[in-house]
Design a protein around this ligand. Structure first.
Ligand code: ADP
Length: 753
């Protein structure tokens, strides 16, 4: 048994081992499969990874190249930036102005030498100029250093206040510029800007030199202004001081001329008078010029009669022209209105200068003033005025210079003439001020022609020959030795509807009349050359029904026997005067010869009482002149010595007319006029008494000032008898009183400019 059992056992064991082996073999085969699959995959992965590695390796190589490039670029950029910064900083360092930059916390980043130098020596660090100013310092501390360290001149202010103000300023945006005075006398302008990132960029400019120059200029300007004011005041005073006694000199000489004198005494008296007047002209020129220079010349445009203005000027210059034997002619464009709007006083000044010069520089021949013009679409007139003479002329080289100040032609022909050389300078200033231009053409030995152009509005009441009374005269014969005079008069008569036969002399005219007696109007000339009285007598016989006129440059000295002439025409003939004369003749056809051409046209009404005139004047000589000028007139004159007395007298006596000096002691003329007007205002309109100021003042603004005081008119000294009489005559006429027989008609009244 034991063996069998054992065998069985062994067999069983073998079978078991065989099964196990079998199982393990299968497992092994399975594992082998898996292993080979895994190995396959693994090898695929390895291949992939190898590829990736290659790619990475090539990328890395590429990157390395780029890196090298960038490194070199960076190095270059860095060196360029360093260079730029160095240059910038070197530039900033060369600034004379201080420059500093603070960061957003207002800590100093950087400052140039000039900025640092502001603090030189501050902080007690000897030799270390500005060493206390370091990067990182607060703006606030730097400001404090400026205040406490005495860098800034605080002008006694509290440094803490100043610091506070400066910090407030730094907080604003934009920061306003500021000028600081330093204790060492320098001046700094602070210009601060906030950068985009919030940095504070500060610039301090040293403007010491500019400030010093500005101060110098300011001082010079103040000095110049003070000097100019002093000059104006001096001129005004001088004018007053000189005019007042000159009023006495000229006025008295004038009165003296009217007394009976020997030939020699008359010469002396007339010389005193003309020298006085010449002196006054010079004073006026100097005053005007200084006004123009100070740009204080102003215009006061108003309607005025240009033709009449010219006529008056020629009348004034007529005596001088006659003395020299030259003809003064006016040719006023027949188709122009006569009334325009401009400053009449200044217009008169321009024309007086030009015509006066022409008369002065013309020894023989004529002076012709011509006014022509055209209407513009806007209704204004382009006027062209020329003053032509046959005088000594002006050399080409001097033509421009004569319009300059104090310029006179210095040559043989010119040496004998007086003058200031200011007239043309003022004239040019005035013409320019009126918006016009002036020129001159001249030929030495032949004559000169001064012209100016102006554009002026016609006065609304214009219209050359405004009223409609008819002229019925038809045929005129005239004799005038001057060709231009003949032409002008002929044209004027033709415009009035007459046919004209013009001749050179009365003899020629008479010959014509004998052949052809068709004539309603005969005009002969005072300077005919022949025997005028005889010619007139002959004419009267030939033409019993015609009107006979004598044209005269000097009607005062024209003496013609009774009944020979109907009227005397003042030369130059004013168009409106001639027209009115023709209208008068047409209205009353009968011949009513007037014996004395200067006698007033109609009898005055019988005087009911005498005109009461009050004159206030403190200067005794001027009082005397005034009294003498009105002597012989039927009026009651009261003279008082100041404004106070004038007001008192006005209250007590109620004069018809007051002449009032402006500068008087105690109460001046303006104040007196104002008081009188105040009293009158309480009494109603009818109380108004005309007040005429008499003034020596000639500075601009005086006239406005005077008129503002309630004064109606003013006369500039020295007083002229005709002007005073004209005011009196106008007042007398308005009250129905008479001042005849000595006084000119009120038509002669004009306001002095
Ligand atoms: P004044 O006449 O006071 O000397 P103006 O300024 O009026 O000064 O004239 C300047 C100068 O121009 C005169 O001195 C003269 O030499 C010259 N002049 C002016 N007008 C004429 C003229 N019509 N004919 C010749 N010379 C003239």
């Amino acid at each position: 048994m034991q063996g069998a059992e054992r065998l069985v056992k062994e067999r069983r064991a073998r079978l078991a081992a065989e099964r196990l082996l079998d199982q393990k073999s299968r497992e092994l085969a399975l594992a082998n499969d898996r292993l080979s699959t895994h190995a396959l995959r693994l090898s695929e992965k390895v291949a992939d990874q190898r590829q990736t590695l290659q790619a990475v390796q090539s990328e890395a190589a590429e990157l390395q190249g780029t890196n090298v490039q960038m490194k070199s670029d960076l190095a270059r950029a860095l060196s360029a930036a360093t260079l730029a910064q160095r240059r910038l900083w070197e530039a900033v360092e060369t600034f004379r102005d201080g420059f500093a930059v603070f960061d957003t916390d207002q800590r100093l980043i950087i400052a140039n030498g000039a900025y640092v130098a502001m603090f030189a020596g501050q902080g007690g660090d000897e030799g270390g100029a500005g060493t206390e100013l370091q990067a990182g310092m607060l703006y606030s501390d730097i400001i404090r250093l400026m205040a406490d360290g005495g860098i800034v001149d605080l002008g006694g202010r509290d440094p803490a206040d100043w610091h506070h103000e400066m910090m407030e300023r730094a907080g604003t945006d934009p920061i306003p510029p500021l000028v600081l005075g330093l204790s060492d006398g320098r001046s700094l302008r602070l210009i601060d800007r906030r950068g985009e990132t919030g940095d504070l960029v500060c610039l301090t400019a040293d403007i010491t030199e500019t400030v010093r120059r500005e101060a110098e200029l300011e001082e010079a300007r103040a000095r110049a202004e003070a000097a100019s004011r002093a000059k104006s005041a001096f001129l005004a005073n001088m004018s007053h001081e000189i005019r007042t006694p000159m009023n006495g000199v000229v006025g008295m000489a004038d009165l003296l001329c009217e007394t009976s004198l020997t030939e020699e005494q008359r010469l002396f008296a007339e010389t005193i008078k003309s020298s006085g007047e010449a002196l006054l002209t010079i004073i006026n020129d100097v005053l005007d010029y200084s006004k123009a220079e100070a740009e204080r010349l102003r215009l006061s445009p108003e309607p005025f009669d240009l033709e009449r203005c010219l006529y008056e000027i020629t009348l004034l210059l007529q005596p001088r022209a006659r003395e020299k034997g030259i003809d003064l002619l006016v040719d006023f464009d027949l188709f122009l209105p006569t009334r325009f709007v401009a400053d009449p006083g200044r217009m008169r000044q321009i024309l007086t200068n030009l015509i006066g010069n022409a008369v002065k520089f013309t020894p023989r021949g004529h002076v012709l003033t011509r006014v022509v013009g055209l209407e513009r679409p806007d209704g204004q007139f382009d006027l062209h005025v020329t003053v032509e003479d046959t005088g000594i002329g002006i050399a080409e080289a001097n033509l421009e210079a004569i319009f300059g100040e104090f310029n006179q032609v210095e040559d043989e022909a010119n040496r004998t003439f007086e003058g200031t050389g200011l007239g043309l300078a003022i004239t040019r200033q005035l013409v320019t001020l009126m918006g016009g231009e002036i020129w001159v053409e001249s030929e030495p030995g032949k004559g000169s022609c001064f012209g100016f152009r102006l554009t002026l509005p016609a006065a609304e009441d214009a219209g050359p020959l405004a009223n409609h009374r008819p002229v019925t005269l038809r045929a005129a014969v005239l004799a005038d030795p001057s060709m231009i005079g003949r032409t002008i008069l002929t044209r004027q008569l033709e415009t009035c509807g007459l046919t004209v036969r013009a001749h050179r002399s009365a003899a020629e005219a008479l010959a014509d009349l004998t052949a052809n007696p068709a004539c309603d109007l005969l005009i002969l000339d005072q300077d005919d050359g022949g025997d005028l009285e005889r010619a007139l007598a002959a004419a009267r016989r030939t033409l019993p029904d015609a009107r006979i006129l004598v044209a005269s440059a000097d009607p005062v000295h024209l003496r013609v026997a009774d009944g020979l002439v109907d009227a005397v025409l003042q030369k130059p003939v004013l168009r409106s005067e001639l027209f009115h004369r023709l209208q008068d003749f047409s209205a009353s056809p009968s011949v009513t010869p007037s014996a004395s051409p200067s006698a007033p046209p109609s009898a005055a009404p019988q005087p009911r009482r005498r005109l009461r005139v009050l004159a206030a004047e403190d200067n005794r000589t001027n009082q005397l002149v005034f009294r003498k000028m009105v002597e012989g007139l039927p009026l009651d004159l009261t003279l008082v010595a100041n404004g106070r007395q004038a007001v008192d007298h006005w209250r007590a006596d109620r004069p018809d007319l007051i002449f009032m000096d402006i500068s008087m002691p105690e109460m001046d003329g303006r104040a007196a006029a104002r008081l009188i007007r105040e009293h009158e205002a309480a009494e109603g309109d009818a109380a108004h008494v005309p007040i005429v100021a008499m003034t020596a003042h000639a500075l601009q603004g005086d006239s406005d000032d005077i008129l503002a005081a309630g004064i109606d008119h003013y006369l500039t000294k020295p007083l002229k008898k005709p002007e005073i009489l004209a005011h009196m005559a106008a007042r007398a006429e308005s009250l129905g009183l008479s001042l005849s027989p000595d006084v000119q008609s009120p038509a002669a009244l004009r306001d002095p400019g």
